[in-house]
Write a protein that binds this ligand. Structure first.
Ligand code: CU
Length: 66
C-alpha cells in the first residue's frame, strides 16, 4: 500500500532525517520519503495497522498530520 501524508511542522533536514529514520525503522514499512517543500511524507507499507503506527510515530516526533 502507498499513501501520501500531509505533515505540518517540518522545516529542515533534521526534520526529514528524524521522520525518515523513525518511520523507516517500523516493521512493515518498505519506503519512506519526505518532501519538505510540499509538506508531504510518502510511505509504502504492508497494511492498515502499520499505517496507523506510521502516523503515530510522526506525531510522536512532534509533527502534526493535517
Ligand atoms: Cu527541522
Amino acid at each position: 500500500m502507498k499513501e501520501i501524508i500531509k505533515v505540518e511542522g517540518m522545516s529542515c533536514n533534521h526534520c526529514v532525517n528524524s521522520i525518515e529514520s523513525s518511520v523507516g525503522e517500523l516493521a512493515g514499512v518498505s519506503t519512506v520519503k519526505v518532501d519538505l517543500g510540499n509538506n508531504e511524507v510518502t510511505v509504502e507499507f504492508d497494511n492498515e495497522n502499520t499505517f496507523a503506527q506510521i502516523k503515530e510515530t510522526i506525531e510522536e516526533q512532534g509533527y502534526d498530520i493535517a
